[in-house]
Ligand binder design. Structure first.
Ligand SMILES: [Zn+2]
Length: 272
């Protein structure tokens, strides 16, 4: 197999064993354990990619909170780490460098999904995002962003709700569910090592079958609607040229997914 470039975007809420913000926020009491679990999951996926494609170039994008969670010194040295924020393309920074496949690891369901662990959409400031009338969480938004670069998402992992969200958009996509959501802060979870074994196997399979996967394009026009949690965030958003506001909902037309994603990142940042 010719050398390929694979972008692995790693979030934290959908990692096996993790159910609570105390495990995912830098000030949380169990954060150090959470980031170790996240790093181990990233390593399992890197190993799976390289099992199938030993010459692959592997980029790991730390994609949670401050984007500084994965322990750089513990990451598989065969991968490169994209770390820190803000940055263009956020969770998918690295796409610009021309990847042939993307993988979503540790992902979670969209804001409001029921029985889904740590479900949200980008930040608590955002209650819902609709693109061309369809509600999307990070899985949907990022799948469309990758698609706009011609990159298929060949694997998604998280709780069962996250995996279902991905399958609804990418019916032939490979998923690795690592826990069953019992609520926002509760799950029935695989042992982290068992999850890592499945991730390694799934990543290897996904790379072997990558030619079967097609990028998912967003339907045009890219009319974006965002429901915000706080009126104050809507007040600020309305100051951005091109954004219209009705109550706590703001709308804008984006030229492409990169522009849409940039504004979504900004809205998440200006919210409380
Ligand atoms: Zn996250």
């Amino acid at each position: 197999m010719a050398a390929i470039k694979v972008l692995i975007s790693v979030d934290m809420e959908g990692i096996a064993g993790i159910v609570h913000p105390a495990e995912t926020t830098p000030t949380g009491g169990d954060y150090e354990r959470g980031r170790a679990l996240m790093t181990a999951a990233a390593n399992a996926v890197v190993a799976g990619v390289l099992d199938a494609a030993p010459a692959a170039e592997v980029l790991v994008a730390d994609s949670h909170g401050p984007y500084r969670n994965i322990l750089p010194e513990d990451l598989d040295r065969r991968a490169r780490l994209i770390r820190g924020k803000p940055r263009e393309l956020g969770m998918l920074a690295g796409l610009q460098a021309g990847a042939q496949a993307a993988m979503f690891v540790g992902y979670h369901a969209r804001a409001g999904a029921s029985g889904a662990v740590l479900a949200h959409t980008i930040a608590d400031a955002i209650l819902d995002v609709r693109i061309a009338g369809r509600s999307h969480g990070e899985i949907g938004i990022n799948t469309l962003l990758a698609g706009s670069y011609g990159v298929p998402v060949v694997l998604a992992s998280g709780d069962d709700a996250a995996c279902e969200e991905f399958t609804a958009l990418v019916p032939d996509g490979l998923t690795v569910p690592v826990k069953r959501g019992l609520g926002q802060y509760a799950a029935d979870t695989l042992h982290p090592q068992e999850a890592c074994d499945r991730l390694r196997q799934g990543a290897s399979q996904a790379v072997s079958r990558r030619d079967e996967h097609r990028p998912v394009a967003a339907s045009r026009p890219l009319d974006i609607e965002v429901d915000l949690h706080q009126p104050r965030t809507a007040d600020l958003a309305a100051l951005i040229p091109g954004i219209a506001r009705t109550g706590r909902t703001v709308t804008f037309a984006a030229e492409d997914m990169t522009a849409a994603y940039g504004l979504l990142q900004l809205l998440a940042h200006i919210g409380p």
